[in-house]
Design a protein around this ligand. Structure first.
Ligand code: MN
Length: 160
């Protein structure tokens, strides 16, 4: 009888911690995809692999000449290779992803990371295969141009 009681309490303890663990997993999943801004417009498949959504925040005008917006990449989604004539700043606000400048190793990104890309430098950015990514982009000196799109990033390059 006493053994049964002990076994029961052990079992209940295991079940309790297991449910807490599942709850924690669910919370961290939710945090990973929680968005600050609305999802926005789906990016063209001419420029993105997978589902990426753009939401403009600051339109470039002649006085500020800076473009600011948010891109939400679903898992596996990424931009094509491209350049920015005046460079770009990325601020990761949630999830996990990558930024790669051609010829350099792929850089892993997480919430709070800030990366810059120099002017006229071939690169791509996007989500990790399993987790989406939200990134704020800042493009300065738009009088020089905003973006020059190139070919898609192959699965081989993406997963390298
Ligand atoms: Mn870029």
């Amino acid at each position: 009888m006493k053994v049964t009681k002990i076994l029961c309490s052990v079992l209940l303890t295991i079940l309790f911690f297991q449910s807490q663990w599942i709850l924690a997993q669910e919370v961290s999943q939710k945090e990973a995809i929680e968005a600050i801004f609305p999802q926005g417009q789906k990016g063209s498949e001419n420029f993105f692999t997978g589902n990426a959504y753009n939401y403009g925040l600051v339109a470039s005008d002649t006085s500020l000449t800076t473009l600011v917006g948010n891109v939400f990449f679903e898992p596996g989604a990424r931009s094509n290779w491209h350049t920015h004539p005046a460079g770009q700043i990325l601020i990761i606000t949630s999830g996990n992803g990558y930024h790669q400048i051609e010829g350099q190793p792929k850089q892993e990104l997480k919430k709070g990371d800030v990366v810059t890309c120099p002017p006229n430098t071939r690169h791509w950015h996007g989500a990790s295969p399993d987790t989406g990514m939200q990134q704020l982009y800042i493009i300065p000196n738009t009088e020089k141009g905003i973006v020059v799109w190139m070919e898609a990033v192959t699965d081989k390059d993406y997963l390298k």
